[in-house]
Every structure is written in structure tokens, then in C-alpha cells.
Design a protein around this ligand. Structure first.
Ligand SMILES: [Zn+2]
Ligand SMILES: [Zn+2]
Length: 312
């Protein structure tokens, strides 16, 4: 029985701390959280929302020492957009948590400094992970799944220390290809809607964490590859995902799709996501394919690994 997992990296302003903050895009991103809640509810599709931990806070008096965006970045507004709408969830996390689809609330670090950043070391990694866990706990959320900022997987020992069970690993197609081959793969995806994304095999790693690798980033090919695929007509990413869903339905593996709420910048982007969620729902009706969160996958993998208990 194959499984589809959808994970989102939800970070608001923290995802842009390395560049000028785009006021309008952040405003739209907040709206996108709500549109996504409605879309997932409409088809009863649960997703894993990996949230930058600072967004769990209602206010912040702390310094963020050596943070690339500045020690008191979380007090900064842009134009008419107040700091609470940029650096804090300000109601959005409750929207996700109270949705009728049974989403998982997961971690995406605290202030989105990635694990390979020049200022990162084990002390800062511990601070980032602990701060996220504490901020979430203060709102009643117990986090067990982690998505590393910018997908820079590292400091997994720290994740274990703070009670995490699983993380999103790197797409095996990216790991096994050199940069040029990967660029060519992205381009062929953008024009032709192929290849079929990898069906991944979640497994327990050397730290005892379940690695739930990514299969496909749904917005890899926008921007510079916009032109070639616009002439083809139908959205190649939707074609690619449909073939992945068909393939996973015939397997015991996982098709793991991911994106950010801020990736939805046009009506076509939203339509892409709508087509994908609708297709996943349809195939769920017609076949054995199921939709799970990262945490559910991790539980299943751990249970399967545990030897039968026998007589106790
Ligand atoms: Zn702060
Ligand atoms: Zn991120």
C-alpha cells in the first residue's frame, strides 16, 4: 500500500532573512496559509506543516545573538506590514491546528538559520532546536517531526536529544546526481513533465531517526524555466506528480511532495496545487494509496522495525 506525504515549510519572514523582505509577498503568504487550509479541508488531505518556531510566540523580548538578520530583527516591520505579521504566526498556527484535516504541526528550526550556515555550530543548533520545541510546547504542541531549514540536514544528534522521531531527508535524485545532471533533470521536468519523481523508502538512520526523504519540490522549475513550459499547455509538474501517484499506488513506498506557502504566487500555482490534491484524493478513493503525515510514516516504520515482542 503506497503513501503520499505532503510537507510544507512555513516560515513567513524567517524564510527571507538573508535578503530584503518582500512586503507584498509576505502579505500574500499569510493569505496562502488560509487558502491552503481550505484546500486541504475540502479534500480532507492532511499535511505536515513544518513551522519556524519563532512563529509560535505571541511576543519576543529576547535577543537573537549573531542572527544574520540582526539581533532584534523580530521587531522590524516593513511598510504597512507590522512585525507581528512577519516574525510571529499571529493566529495562523491556530488556523492550521483547528482545521478539519488532521494536519501534523512539525518543526522547521526556530529562526531558520540553516545547519551549514557559517555561524552554525552545535551550540547554536541546540539553541535553535530547543527554542522551537519550547515555543511550541508553550502553545500545547508536542513536536516529533523536523524539516531542516534550506534542507541542510545536520546535527541529527541534537534532534534525537530533543525528542524528534523523524526528519525530511534529501531527494535521492539530488543526492546521486552532480549539479549539471540535476539542472538537466529540472529542465526536462519543466518542459516535459518527467521523469516520474522517485518513490522513496523511509528508513531508520544511524541515529535512530526515521528519514522520510523528499521526492519532489513542487515549485522547482518556476522563474527562469517559466517560458519553456508555458508553451506546452498543461502544467508539467501536475503530470509529473500524477505519474508519481500512479506509481506509488502500485508500491509500498512513499511519494513525498513539498513546497512553501510563499511559493503560491499566481493563480496557476494555486491551480497546480489544487489539481494535485484533487488527484491524490481521487486515487485514494480508487486504490489502496493513502495520505499520511511524516509523523505517521515514522510511527509505522518504527513499529515495523521493532521485533515481534513474543511472550512477556
Ligand atoms: Zn524574537
Ligand atoms: Zn525553510
Amino acid at each position: 500500500m503506497g503513501t503520499v506525504v505532503i510537507s510544507l515549510d512555513a516560515e513567513l519572514g524567517w524564510g527571507f532573512h538573508h535578503k530584503p523582505l518582500p512586503e507584498e509577498r509576505l502579505r500574500e503568504t499569510r493569505e496562502n496559509w488560509l487558502r491552503l487550509r481550505r484546500l486541504f479541508d475540502r479534500y480532507d488531505v492532511p499535511a505536515t506543516w513544518a513551522i519556524a518556531g519563532h512563529l509560535f510566540l505571541n511576543s519576543c523580548e529576547s535577543c537573537h545573538p549573531n542572527h544574520p538578520a540582526g539581533e532584534r530583527c523580530c521587531t522590524r516591520s516593513i511598510g504597512d506590514l507590522p512585525a507581528k505579521d512577519i516574525w510571529f504566526g499571529n493566529g495562523l498556527i491556530d488556523e492550521v491546528a483547528t482545521a478539519s484535516a488532521d494536519h501534523e504541526i512539525a518543526s522547521h528550526g526556530f529562526t531558520h538559520i540553516h545547519f551549514n550556515h557559517e555561524c552554525m555550530d552545535s551550540e547554536l543548533a541546540s539553541l535553535e532546536v530547543r527554542s522551537c520545541v519550547d515555543a511550541a510546547a508553550s502553545r500545547g504542541f508536542d513536536l516529533t517531526s523536523f524539516v531542516c531549514p534550506v534542507n541542510k540536514v545536520g546535527h541529527r544528534d541534537v534532534l534525537v536529544e530533543h525528542g524528534f522521531d523523524c526528519y525530511r531527508g534529501v531527494n535521492p535524485a539530488v543526492e546521486s546526481q552532480n549539479t549539471l545532471t540535476w539542472q538537466a533533470t529540472k529542465l526536462s521536468s519543466s518542459v516535459l513533465g518527467r521523469p516520474t519523481p522517485p518513490i522513496v523508502d523511509p528508513h531508520v538512520d544511524e541515529h535512530g531517526l526515521v528519514n522520510v526523504p523528499a521526492s519532489l519540490f513542487l515549485f522547482n522549475i518556476d522563474g527562469k524555466y517559466k517560458k519553456p513550459f508555458s508553451v506546452v499547455g498543461t502544467d508539467p509538474v501536475v503530470r509529473q506528480v500524477k505519474s508519481g501517484v500512479d506509481r506509488v499506488a502500485e508500491s509500498d513506498g512513499v511519494l513525498h511532495l513539498w513546497f512553501h506557502p510563499h511559493n503560491l504566487q499566481t493563480a496557476q500555482h494555486y491551480e497546480r496545487l489544487h489539481s494535485i490534491v484533487r488527484y491524490v484524493d481521487r486515487r485514494r478513493e480508487e486504490s489502496d494509496v493513502r495520505v499520511e503525515t511524516m509523523g505517521e510514516v515514522a510511527d509505522r516504520v518504527k513499529r515495523a522495525k521493532r521485533p515481534a515482542s513474543g511472550l512477556e
